[in-house]
Design a protein around this ligand. Structure first.
Ligand code: 5GP
Length: 197
C-alpha cells in the first residue's frame, strides 16, 4: 500500500533578517517528501526586484493592510519595521490546509511565537541563529537589497530579536549554510514524520 504523505503540521522559521532563514526555507520547499507549502504573507513594503505578488508576498498598501486588520483577517500581524506591515492571513492557512500540505512560515520572531502559541500541538518553531551581529551586517550589505539606513534598522532589530531565541522549540545555528541545511532537513523531517501522541 502506498504511504500517505504526512500533512497538517506548521513549521515556523524565524530569525533576524540576514540569518539565512529564507534560503533554508527555499531549500526545504524543494524536497517533495516533506509535502511543504509556503505560507504567503501579506506585506505593505515595496516589492523588490525579482519578487512576485502571490508567490513571495501579497503586496498591498499600508491602508489596505490596516483595513484587513480591522476586518480581523489575520492570524497574526506585526509592524516589523516602521510603516512596513507583515501578516499571515487566516485564509492562507485554510487554503494550504485544504490542499493537504504541511505549512512552512518565514516570519519575524514575534509573529513566529504568536503562531506557535495559537497552534501548540501541530507547530514546530525554529529560530535560525546567525554567527554574530557583525556577520549579519556583512551579509545584509552584501545582499544590496536595502539602503544603509534600512540596513542599520535591521541590525538594531536583530539585536532585540536574539533575546527571544530561548522561547523557540529549536535553535538552529547557521555558521555554515550546508551544515545548516542538513540540520534543518533532519529536524523538519523528524517532526513531520513523528506520530501523534
Ligand atoms: P523582508 O522585508 O526581508 O521580506 O521581511 C522582513 C521580516 O518580516 C522578515 O523577518 C520576515 O520573516 C518577516 N515576515 C514576513 N512575513 C511575515 C508575517 O506574515 N508576519 C510577521 N510577523 N513577519 C513576517
Amino acid at each position: 500500500m502506498k504511504k500517505q504523505p504526512k500533512k497538517g503540521k506548521l513549521i515556523i522559521f524565524s530569525a533576524p533578517s540576514g540569518s539565512g532563514k529564507t534560503t533554508l526555507v527555499r531549500y526545504l520547499l524543494e524536497k517533495p517528501e516533506l509535502n511543504l507549502a509556503f505560507s504567503v504573507s501579506v506585506a505593505s513594503r515595496e516589492k523588490r526586484q525579482g519578487e512576485e505578488h502571490g508567490k513571495d508576498y501579497y503586496f498591498i498598501s499600508p491602508e489596505d493592510f490596516k483595513q484587513k486588520i480591522k476586518n480581523n483577517e489575520f492570524v497574526e500581524w506585526e509592524e516589523v519595521y516602521t510603516n512596513s506591515f507583515y501578516g499571515t492571513l487566516k485564509s492562507e492557512i485554510e487554503r494550504l490546509q485544504k490542499q493537504g500540505k504541511n505549512i512552512i512560515f518565514d516570519i519575524d520572531v514575534k509573529g513566529g511565537l504568536n503562531i506557535k502559541n495559537q497552534y501548540p500541538d501541530e507547530s514546530l518553531a525554529i529560530f535560525v541563529m546567525p554567527p554574530s551581529i557583525d556577520e549579519l551586517a556583512q551579509r545584509l550589505k552584501k545582499r544590496k537589497t536595502e539602503s544603509s539606513e534600512k540596513i542599520q534598522m535591521r541590525i538594531n532589530k536583530a539585536e532585540e530579536e536574539l533575546y527571544y531565541a530561548p522561547q523557540f522549540d529549536v535553535i538552529l545555528h547557521n555558521n555554515n549554510l550546508d551544515e545548516a541545511k542538513k540540520k534543518a532537513y533532519k529536524i523538519v523531517s523528524e517532526f513531520i514524520n513523528q506520530d501523534k501522541k
